[in-house]
Design a binder for this molecule. Structure first.
Ligand SMILES: *Cc1c(COP(=O)(O)O)cnc(C)c1O
Length: 394
């Protein structure tokens, strides 16, 4: 049996899956890593081969050994029936939602979802006759009251983008499945190492692979994995939409993922320690990190997660734009940029007030989202200390 044949449900640890799954050295002349298979046309030698629709590879858009290796790895990590690869995290969101809903249906999306997920739904799905309603991320079992006969999918993201509310996924799944509603989870923050939505009953789990999977800020990619119940719908939707992803980018993701466990361990330790340190700073009004006991949803984190992601938020008192500019323009190590998940630390000012619709954001002050990278901890602390002082002076 080649390593490719091993099915999900394996008893190997996540670390061993990360280092071994998807590889097929014996098919690739002994080389450890799956090579980049670039190609559109695949040649058939005989009419029998041409007519054999079970043949593994038939056309480059549909499948490719590099992409398949990545799908295999994510399938094993998530304990899924199968995984599709998409050219960005957002295309993973749209592919998952399009697999779940049809004209006339309604989708419930957490108010804390990644903003482009909202835009795809409110703008894109609306054009197809699909209605979006936003729900309080802390609604839990209360979501049952929002489900109507038209509701066909619930989209959860835990913790929420930017604001880090945790969702009671088992309670949401129970309410959804009582009404035959599909539950989709954005699991980009925790990665499959620290959170397993399918094991908690969700039907599909997606990743902005651009972030932690790729891990080096040098490729765009997404994945969606499905359970047995939804896998055929997801696979068909991905196929008919023509969502094809570059094998070069899949190669980069595979390469990044071989060290994911090591990177996540470091990101987690540093991000928790950094958040704890920020909590002690007099300038800081509030820190939003689910792994801290001060977080209002810490109990859910402890119950459903085995570790935390690199990202969290904090809030300072509102000051002038000049003070904010002095703070962020003067960073030496922290960078300012969208995205996250690379080896380098980021600190991004933002305003959730512009995004929310179900639960208005009322906390006063300036919010920042932080991604703690792999730099030395004391260097990051010094850079942030100087930044907080610049802000306070402004
Ligand atoms: C970045 C991100 C996405 C979208 O991924 P892209 O690769 O940028 O399209 C989706 N969900 C979350 C939580 C993200 O952070």
């Amino acid at each position: 049996m080649t390593e490719n044949d091993r099915k999900s449900g394996t008893s190997l640890s996540q670390e061993s899956i990360l280092t071994h799954s998807g590889r097929a050295s014996e098919e690739h002349l002994g080389f450890v890593n799956v090579p980049v298979f670039r190609g559109s046309t695949i040649l058939f030698n005989t009419l029998d081969e041409l007519e054999d629709y079970k043949r593994t590879y038939r056309y480059g858009r549909n499948d490719n050994p590099t992409n398949r290796a990545l799908a295999q790895l994510v399938t094993e990590l998530e304990g899924a029936a199968g995984t599709v690869i998409c050219p960005s995290g957002l295309s993973a969101v749209s592919t998952a939602l399009l697999a779940a809903v049809s004209a006339g249906d309604e989708v419930l999306i957490t108010d804390s979802a990644y903003e482009p997920t909202r835009t795809f739904s409110s703008e894109g799905l609306a054009r197809l006759g699909i209605t979006t309603r936003y729900y309080d991320p802390r609604i839990g079992a209360g979501i049952a009251a929002l489900i109507t006969d038209k509701t066909k999918a619930i989209f959860a993201e835990t913790p929420g983008s930017l604001t880090f509310e945790m969702q009671d996924l088992p309670a949401i799944v129970a309410a959804a499945h009582a009404r035959d509603v599909i539950v989709i989870v954005d699991n980009s923050w925790a990665t499959p190492l620290y959170h397993s939505p399918l094991k908690l009953g969700a039907d599909m789990v997606m990743h902005a692979a651009t972030k932690m999977f790729v891990g080096h800020s040098d490729a765009m990619l997404g994945t969606v994995s499905a359970n047995e119940r939804t896998w055929n719908r997801l696979r068909r939707t991905h196929r008919i939409l023509g969502v094809a992803t570059s094998p070069d980018d899949c190669y980069l993701a595979l390469r990044g993922m071989r060290t994911l466990a090591l990177r996540m361990k470091n990101h987690t330790e540093q991000s928790v320690a950094f958040a704890q340190w920020l909590e002690t700073r007099p300038e800081v009004e509030e820190v939003y990190h689910p792994a801290l006991p001060s977080h209002p949803d810490h109990a859910i984190y402890q119950r459903d997660f085995t570790g935390s992601g690199s990202l969290f938020a904090f809030r300072l008192k509102k000051r002038s734009r000049d003070a904010l500019a002095a703070m962020v323009n003067g960073f030496e190590l922290f960078g300012m940029g969208y995205s996250w998940g690379g080896y380098e630390s980021l600190c991004l000012p933002f305003d959730p007030g512009n995004i929310r619709t179900a639960v208005p954001w009322t906390a006063e002050g300036q919010m920042f989202r932080v991604h703690i990278g792999l730099e030395g901890f004391d260097d990051l602390k010094a850079d942030m200390t100087a930044a907080l002082e610049r802000y306070s002076r402004g």
